[in-house]
Design a protein around this ligand. Structure first.
Ligand code: TYD
Length: 223
């Protein structure tokens, strides 16, 4: 079984891989940026990436996948394959080389987003993990920060945004499944995934994220 995608665990590489996950509106992007600043101040070489995105292919796929009023159908498996394609490129072109060079890589979303968002469309987790393994996009993060927020609160935050993208426009029932998926990720992969309550000030959330990252980075640096 592919497990956490452990065949290519990032902990076999010299760097440190952090993924930041959460429902839309949970504040991941802000937190990923803050964490990068703090770890840079600590003296780490830090690279922030976003998934989907970062590479030329990934940014094109992102535009396509998030297009607010898509006038074309996208079946669950096709959606899975497109997110996977972006992640294969991101892993090969940026994440793996950065980890090989010893950097801390912070990814704004990674494989767990596929498990929970495409899983919420009834795509089986085992199939998603296996596809990632086959395609070499199954780097297991050393730490996954899951910013947990109730959907009613997340929706309130999203309503402040100028326009909703294709996935943000999905009904609450879909986003509830996504949140439940993240709780399942935390249960299933406790060695790397930590729930962080996002229903607090950004500074309080940032302090917890930094503490969790430092606690895991230090023992490895001390060896
Ligand atoms: P996100 O990264 O949250 O960007 P922003 O908050 O800046 O709009 O948007 C990406 C969307 O794509 C989000 O709704 C989750 C979804 N997604 C998937 O469905 N599957 C995936 O594998 C990934 C990485 C994202």
């Amino acid at each position: 079984m592919a497990g956490t995608g452990g065949a290519l665990a990032a902990d076999a590489l010299p760097g440190f891989f952090i993924s930041v996950e959460g429902v839309d509106g949970s504040g991941k992007t802000t937190q990923a940026g803050q964490l990068a600043e703090s770890l840079s101040r600590d003296g780490h070489q830090v690279q922030v990436v976003r998934d989907p995105g970062t590479t030329a292919l990934g940014e094109r796929l992102r535009a396509l996948l998030l297009e607010p009023a898509a006038d074309w159908a996208l079946e669950g498996w096709a959606e899975t394959a497109l997110f996977l394609a972006g992640r294969v490129q991101l892993t090969a072109e940026v994440v793996r080389p950065a980890l090989e060079s010893g950097a801390v890589v912070i990814s704004d979303r990674y494989i767990d987003s596929s498990l929970v968002y495409q899983g919420a469309r009834s795509i089986p987790w085992e199939a998603i993990l296996e596809l990632h393994r086959i395609c070499g996009a199954d780097l297991r993060p050393d730490l996954t920060l899951i910013l947990d927020l109730e959907i009613s609160a997340a929706r309130g935050r999203r309503e402040g945004r100028p326009s909703l993208d294709r996935l943000e426009s999905e009904p609450n029932t879909y986003h509830e499944k996504v949140r439940a998926g993240y709780l399942e990720v935390a249960r299933r992969f406790p060695e790397r995934a930590v729930l962080v309550s996002a229903d607090r000030s950004p500074d309080a959330v940032a302090r917890d994220c930094l503490e969790l990252a430092r606690a895991r980075l230090q023992p490895r640096r001390a060896v």
